[in-house]
Design a protein around this ligand. Structure first.
Ligand code: GLU
Length: 304
């Protein structure tokens, strides 16, 4: 069968909730390298949907940091805060088809079921209801992740009917990410494994909206020596935009790539070019977690 060749298009989608940490840099480089390896495009999208969690100036600082590593979006940077009309259109489609419904349940209404919504049990109507996607009983979904292999989830039992627009009027990440990945023509999502269990929800939404499903590859989450997610610990390896080369080398190593010792790499541009040329996707780590301690020990025994 003849298949239309589709240009690879990847993306990096940080939330502006703080400075770039090592884990987010791994996703940024992982997605950039995979896109460049496929002669594809790479876009940056700012996921600024949650004003209470945002830090003033963080988006600009993240862009500045990415630029200091040579990572520049191939298209104008999209900000989710400016895309409400698109999310509303997607929501209207889901409401019209009956896939989404208005929900008056409060957190305490759902407490007995562990927060999982299976049916409306609201004690009273709220002036500000949420909107959820209906996930019928028995909805199981599995997909083949490019790094983590087969991933299966019983979405009905484990997640339940999930929120698309919150009671406070804010758009839920799941709806926005699906609408934007489709609108931007993203073919390949490379991101952290903390989002692995969000992917079945996103695939359900893509199906309900008749949108294509991109390929997914989830990079291991970098954890501190105590096993805690790095972004939640005291940024063990802070990303220093003023001195990008050490962080680039650490990222390269964490991505399982062969040493670049032989390549001259005194400048960001030269190192980035060497990374682009030598990147081997087959070497990417396939575990759900990567311990920072193991990375350090490994580094001590190998010349860089
Ligand atoms: N904005 C999300 C984050 O910073 C990433 C979303 C995604 O890559 O799908 O965790």
């Amino acid at each position: 069968m003849q298949q239309a060749t589709q240009t690879y298009r990847g993306r990096f989608a940080p939330s502006p909730t703080g400075p770039l940490h090592f884990g987010s840099l791994l996703a940024a480089f992982g997605s950039w390298l995979a896109a460049r390896h496929a002669d594809g495009e790479w876009l940056i999208r700012i996921e600024d949907l949650d004003p209470p969690r945002e830090v003033a100036g963080a988006a600009e600082r993240q862009m500045h940091a990415l630029a200091s590593f040579g990572l520049i979006s191939d298209a104008p940077v999209v900000k989710q805060s400016e895309r409400g009309a698109h999310y509303q259109a997607a929501l209207d489609t889901l409401l019209a088809s009956g896939a989404a419904f208005v929900c008056h349940c409060s957190r305490s209404d759902l407490a007995d079921g562990g927060g999982v919504h299976r049916a409306c049990v609201a004690a009273a109507a709220r002036p500000d209801p949420a909107i959820r996607l209906r996930v019928p009983d028995g909805t199981r979904l599995s997909f083949e992740d490019g790094l983590q292999g087969d991933f299966a989830q019983d979405v009905a039992a484990e997640v339940g009917d999930f929120v698309l627009r919150r009671a406070d009027g804010l758009w839920a990440y799941q709806l926005a990410v699906v609408a934007d990945d489709a609108a931007q023509g993203i073919t390949d999502v490379v991101r952290g494994a903390d989002l692995l269990d969000s992917t079945p929800r996103q695939i359900l939404l893509q199906r309900a909206l008749r949108l294509p499903t991109p390929r997914y590859a989830h990079l291991p989450l970098v954890v501190g020596a105590d096993g805690r997610k790095l972004s939640k610990s005291l940024a063990a390896l802070p990303v220093d935009a003023a001195d990008p080369l050490p962080a680039m080398r650490a990222v390269w190593h964490a991505l399982g790539q062969a040493s670049l010792a032989a390549t001259g790499s005194g400048s960001v541009d030269r190192l980035l070019e060497a990374m682009r040329r030598h990147f081997d996707p087959a070497r990417l780590p396939r575990t759900p977690q990567l311990s920072l301690a193991a990375l350090h020990n490994d580094r001590d025994t190998k010349p860089d």
